[in-house]
Design a protein around this ligand. Sequence first.
Ligand SMILES: [Zn+2]
Length: 135
Amino acid sequence: MTFAFSLRDLIRMAEMTFSLANFPRKEQMPALCARCGRAAPCTRRIRLKVYEPYRGPDLIASLAGASDDDQRRWHDLQQLLAKGNGVVELPICWWHRWIIPPMLGIKTMTERQFTLWGLCNSFVQAMKQRGWSGA
Ligand SMILES: [Zn+2]
């Protein structure tokens, strides 16, 4: 794999935002590798959030204007997701499943939505054709 290929690969990375209340399940996605667009016989599970104990209001967040209430609600949401529903399963090709770990994951997450990064354009296009707006 040449440097030029890797660089072009990075530039082609796309993002897509989904609602936490309604994000696509595996059978609603195209059978294309989310990372490179090749045929995808495998899947990769991406956890939307990991468990973290609530340590009380965070100083930085408090300074930024988030109330203790807001932070507690956010914490509760994380707990809910940590119980197991907060997993998105992406189609992935054999290559990216077993040879090279795909550089993709959760870029940002709020109470209502999350953004996946590291997706390839053809996967995003195929998702849009299936009615996922990406916003
Ligand atoms: Zn792939």
